[in-house]
Design a protein around this ligand. Structure first.
Ligand SMILES: Nc1ncnc2c1ncn2[C@@H]1O[C@H](COP(=O)(O)OP(=O)(O)OP(=O)(O)O)[C@@H](O)[C@H]1O
Length: 307
């Protein structure tokens, strides 16, 4: 088996008494796009910083390409494109000067044509001092700095934060393109739809612990809630679908929208008996599927995972 691109082994970080992350175990395989999801304060940035050897584990270990991040930080960082959550850019330089400086530090490996394409895709003018940039433009510089070396691994901390929806889509395109070239992408986000759009797998972190790791397609298939809209040729009785596990979301004279957690066969039988003339199933988003599944597990998962 190929060496995992990322491996976390019982990774634990404490900031003094404060919990950063606890006992994270996770493997990311080559070529995967892995979404690291969780609400604010869950521990995403902490994990990413350990991977980049910006902070050190209290206990446990993080490995990239099979190498310990703590022992081989500088060598590993040369093969990783990193977009930090909080960028600090030299205000007096233009983006072009800044990117050239980063390139020089790595021995001038950036292809001019690729760099030009990235700037074009993200619609960024490189020739202004960065102090004049909006937050979104600064984020674009960070993204270009992460992608321009075409690294084998991209670690992106909330890459679409601060960007308008059109540019957010561009970023997701960049992630897809990286995957198409066989690169691995590990990105943190608290936005489920964007994870749903580009990720192969998703890890959910909550209060410093990994609550779940799932394939996105499997999670969507393991849908336990169905949303149905039924239309009838004639008016239907008000409580026709009053069954355990069935919630009426809307009830018109001859139309009803239901959320069905149990008794699906029973619902369909009633619909048949009442002479349904149309059945529409309405897809749930990953967020709804996720919350329906983990919300029903009780204990640790009883609360919605994403605030
Ligand atoms: N430098 C620090 N000193 C003390 N506590 C910290 C520090 N950095 C993070 N923490 C704490 O560690 C926990 C995890 O924070 P972290 O920033 O990793 O979460 P996050 O999931 O990235 O959240 P966000 O989406 O807000 O960036 C939080 O309780 C936070 O307060």
């Amino acid at each position: 088996m190929a060496i995992p691109v990322i491996e976390l082994r019982d990774l634990t970080v404490y900031y003094g008494q404060r919990r950063g992350v606890e006992d994270l175990n996770l493997t990311v395989e080559p070529g995967e796009v892995f979404g690291f999801l969780g609400p604010n304060g869950a521990g995403k940035t902490t994990t990413l910083r350990v991977l980049l050897d910006i902070i050190r584990p209290t206990r446990g270990q993080a490995l990239i390409f099979g190498r310990d991040c703590r022992r081989e930080g500088p060598q590993i960082r040369r093969q990783v494109g990193y977009l930090p959550g909080e960028l600090s850019l030299p205000a007096s330089l233009t983006a072009r000067q800044y990117l050239a400086m980063l390139d020089a530090a790595r021995g001038r490996v950036v292809e001019a044509a690729y760099l030009a394409r990235l700037c074009d895709q993200l619609d960024l003018d490189l020739d202004r001092p960065m102090r004049t940039y909006s937050r979104g433009n600064k984020q674009k510089v960070g993204l270009i700095a992460a992608f321009m070396f075409r690294p084998q691994l991209l670690i992106l901390d909330e890459p679409t934060g601060g960007l308008d929806p059109l540019v957010q889509q561009m970023v997701l395109e960049l992630v897809r393109a990286a995957r198409a070239e066989g690169r691995t992408v590990f990105f943190s986000s608290h936005i489920l739809p964007e994870v749903q759009a580009v990720c192969d797998r998703v890890g959910i972190i909550r209060a410093g612990r990994l609550a779940a790791v799932e394939r996105v397609d499997a999670l969507l298939q393991r849908q336990q809630v169905h949303r149905l809209r039924l239309r009838f040729a004639q008016p239907i009785p008000p409580a026709a679908f009053a069954l355990p596990g069935v919630t009426e979301l809307a009830h018109g004279e001859s139309e009803v929208t239901l959320e069905v957690r149990e008794n699906l066969a029973h619902v369909l039988r009633i619909a048949g008996d009442l002479g349904a003339i149309e059945l529409e199933t309405m897809p749930l988003t990953l967020e709804e599927v996720f919350l329906a599944y983990y919300g029903a597990q009780g204990g640790n998962h009883a609360q919605p995972v994403l605030a």
